[in-house]
Write a protein that binds this ligand. Structure first.
Ligand code: 5RP
Length: 219
């Protein structure tokens, strides 16, 4: 099975968490795109829908869904999203698609966060995947210098502007043995909008697709 088939199986397994009357949050990325393509099959179970990016909203609307804002909907029952890495405590690195800020807001607003990945993304320690950080454009050099002091190698995602009008810094070579501490530390740098470590609000359920099927992990 290739990565794309695994992503599809993980997305399919997530449908079971959409129960009748669900206020659903939808993430961003190629794994979630498979999920969005499957959502018409469970349309009658979805009460209200919020999305974490303009890209996901466009795809949802193509399928005829009405996408509302989080302000309109309030709390979510379930948030389903992919990730770039997960450790065994279901702490994540996210933001490969650049939607990390809105993703963190929706994950925070959800009673249950279901994360869907293929097995290549389950790691012992977070940090092999370059850590995405959304920053205010006027603070990009300042934030980059702070990250170098923390022994990271920050690289600007050239030509990329987030849905919030900000820039993304991808930080290579960061060791993240303590994700909670690192998340708080990077969040304290002035100019950082969001760091792509999801440890304070980790996933509740991780669905990992491999050649042998989809495995579920909970903390
Ligand atoms: C977007 C994300 C995605 O969930 C993450 O990058 C995984 O993407 P994909 O499903 O395409 O592998 O955090 O900001």
């Amino acid at each position: 099975m290739d990565a794309s088939q695994k992503k599809q199986s993980a997305a399919l397994a997530a449908l079971q968490f959409i129960e009748p009357g669900t206020r659903l949050g939808v993430g961003t990325g190629s794994t979630v795109n498979f999920l969005i393509d499957m959502l018409p099959d469970v349309r009658d179970r979805i009460d209200r829908l919020v999305s974490s990016s303009k890209a996901s909203t466009a795809l949802l609307e193509k399928h005829g869904f009405e996408v509302e804002t989080l302000n309109e909907v309030g709390d979510l029952d379930v948030y389903i999203d992919g990730a770039d890495e997960s450790n065994k405590r279901l702490q994540l690195i996210k933001g490969g698609g650049g939607a990390l800020t809105r993703e963190k807001v929706l994950a925070g607003a959800a009673r249950r966060f279901v994360c869907i990945i293929d097995d290549s993304k389950l790691v012992g320690m977070l940090g092999k995947f370059p850590l995405p950080i959304e920053v205010l454009p006027m603070a990009q050099e300042f934030v980059a210098k702070r990250l170098v002091k923390m022994r990271g190698q920050p690289i600007w995602r050239e030509g990329f502007v987030t849905d919030n009008g900000n820039h993304i810094l991808d930080v290579h070579d960061l060791q993240i043995p303590n994700p909670l501490e690192m998340e708080a530390r990077i969040n304290r740098i002035p100019g950082v909008v969001t760091v792509g470590i999801f440890a304070d609000r980790s996933a509740d359920i991780l669905l990992i697709a491999s050649d042998t099927g989809v495995r579920e992990m909970r903390v």
